[in-house]
Design a protein around this ligand. Sequence first.
Ligand SMILES: C[S@@+](CC[C@H](N)C(=O)[O-])C[C@H]1O[C@@H](n2cnc3c(N)ncnc32)[C@H](O)[C@@H]1O
Length: 211
Amino acid sequence: MDATSLPFSPAAERNRGPILAALQALLPARARVLEIAAGTGQHAAHFAAAQPGWRWLPTEADERLHGTIAARSAALAQVEPPQRLDVRHWPAGGAVGAASAFDAVYCANLLHISPWATTPALMAGAAWVLRPGGLLVVYGPFLRGDGTDAPSNLAFDADLRARDPAWGVRLLRQVLAEAGAAGLQALPPQEMPANNLLLAWRRPGAGDLSG
Ligand SMILES: C[S@@+](CC[C@H](N)C(=O)[O-])C[C@H]1O[C@@H](n2cnc3c(N)ncnc32)[C@H](O)[C@@H]1O
């Protein structure tokens, strides 16, 4: 299929450049990366094309998107065929459920557009599949809840909750608490364009990953 006829996210096209720069600063040139909620596969294709040493496994709960993800990365040998993964039902075993199998886990724009249970499930699953020293990187909007939040993020939160009461922009401190409970060590949050944050955590242990 011609890439121009594939399902397309304008937001992913806008944010892929700043996210790639942040990932390049965090990850080494060679890394095995598990992507959660790959969506249209635009991030997988863009990041892997820019960093051929990143072996990228895109996963997505919605299997209807797997053909799109595969088509976008068809020319990239370092992108593996997409696999189904719903982080709320993370399997034991297989490529996505193997302990200590990945140098990094990457997830963009999932936690606000799924029930809260997704957040602790992502943290626990990532802590399981990351090797000691590996990194979990999460991109998206988050709220500080201290009166400093951007009006656009507060409006987005209200819009999400109107669409589905289980959705909503997550409180940063609650997300950090869940990651801490999973045994992950937080790095400083990075401000990103359009009032988004890039959050990163390290699984403690030998062989810390650095860019
Ligand atoms: C807003 S899209 C983000 C896609 C892509 N990461 C991006 O930034 O463009 C959210 C994606 O999360 C997926 N998703 C929702 N719940 C999920 C879950 N429990 N586990 C894995 N993926 C999920 C949806 O199918 C959808 O593709």
